[in-house]
Ligand binder design. Structure first.
Ligand code: C2E
Ligand code: CA
Ligand code: CA
Ligand code: CA
Length: 279
């Protein structure tokens, strides 16, 4: 009976997951928060270690609560991807981001380039391109300031469509980063064909780079692969001086992580840039 019960639950969970009461509550809270525009973007710096200066930022969403706490994306992005809310949510965030970039431009804040994460579901829609055109035009932000971080798996789902979609994104002048690189399964031939600007080495490889020879070898191989393909390479999740140094001697000069800086509130960014030169 126990086994049957579990199977039954799995059936409901997979096919009709909205019947789960806690999911339902979370789901309606999420939609309400989208309607009320409750989400905010934080900005984590990316460093250019070779030139010892700031390179740009990655925008990361947070959901502030009434008690002052934050809900982190791992708690609601997967749900938003499941129920499609990720599309209106990303539209809100893109609007917010380009408004912010336009403001920084007006104030002569040299932010470099700023990346935003795009979910697989969204990457696979034609409406992504319309959204980009709309907001880039509306807020008059140069496309080269904007970068999309798209996971490896999102691209490999349907490589033919992915190639066309990336070409449309590149035609606008927007940059493309292949996110979480090493955790999916990219085919090398596609890597060569896709118009990718940057590979981002996932933090799971960086974590033990100073202790684990295998992680070190994988990371060094990704760096060489990127050089061979003439693609930039950035490492995320850099937490220690040792990790930063190892990546640097491997030739990975763009780095991001708590060692450099945690994600900042928008209001903190200008002040932060004041103390760091941007390339
Ligand atoms: P990600 O794109 O791989 O982002 C990196 C995550 O690592 C971020 O977590 C970041 O805050 C965290 N991080 C940065 N430096 C360090 C470090 O030195 N050590 C460790 N352990 N972690 C570090 P966050 O902000 O909680 O985001 C988690 C994931 O949620 C992101 O992973 C991304 O997949 C997704 N996400 C975040 N914002 C958005 C968004 O606006 N749209 C979409 N579609 N997904 C988003
Ligand atoms: Ca990312
Ligand atoms: Ca990652
Ligand atoms: Ca991720």
């Amino acid at each position: 009976a126990k086994k049957l019960g579990r199977n039954t639950y799995q059936f409901f969970d997979k096919e009709r997951h909205t019947l789960d009461p806690t999911e339902l509550t979370k789901e309606s809270a999420l939609f309400k928060a989208i309607t009320n525009n409750e989400f905010v973007l934080y900005f984590q710096p990316k460093y250019d270690v070779q030139h010892n200066r700031l390179h740009g930022f990655e925008a990361l969403v947070r959901w502030p609560q009434d008690d002052g706490s934050l809900i982190y994306p791992d708690e609601f992005i997967p749900l938003a991807e499941q129920n499609g809310a990720i599309i209106p949510l990303t539209q809100l965030l893109m609007k917010q981001l380009l408004q912010q970039l336009a403001n920084w431009q007006k104030q002569d804040v040299p932010f470099g380039n700023v990346a935003i994460n795009i979910s697989a579901l969204h990457f696979q829609q034609n409406s992504l391109i319309e959204m980009l055109v709309d907001y880039l035009t509306k807020y008059n932000v140069p496309a080269r300031c904007l970068e999309l971080e798209i996971t490896e798996s999102a691209m490999m789902n349907n490589p033919e469509f992915a190639e066309q979609q990336m070409k449309r994104i590149k035609a606008l002048g927007v940059n493309i980063t292949l996110d979480d690189f090493g955790t999916g399964h990219s085919s090398l031939s596609y890597l060569k064909r896709f118009p990718i600007d940057t590979l981002k080495i996932d933090k799971s490889f960086v974590k033990d780079i100073d202790k684990n020879e295998q992680d070190r070898n994988i990371t060094a191989t990704i760096v060489r692969l990127a050089k061979y393909l003439d693609i930039n390479v950035v490492a995320e999740g850099v937490e220690t001086e040792e990790q930063a140094y190892m990546l640097h001697i491997m030739g990975c000069h763009y780095q991001q992580g708590y060692y450099y800086c945690k994600p900042l509130k928008a209001e903190q960014v200008a002040n932060f840039i004041d103390k760091n030169e941007v390339d």
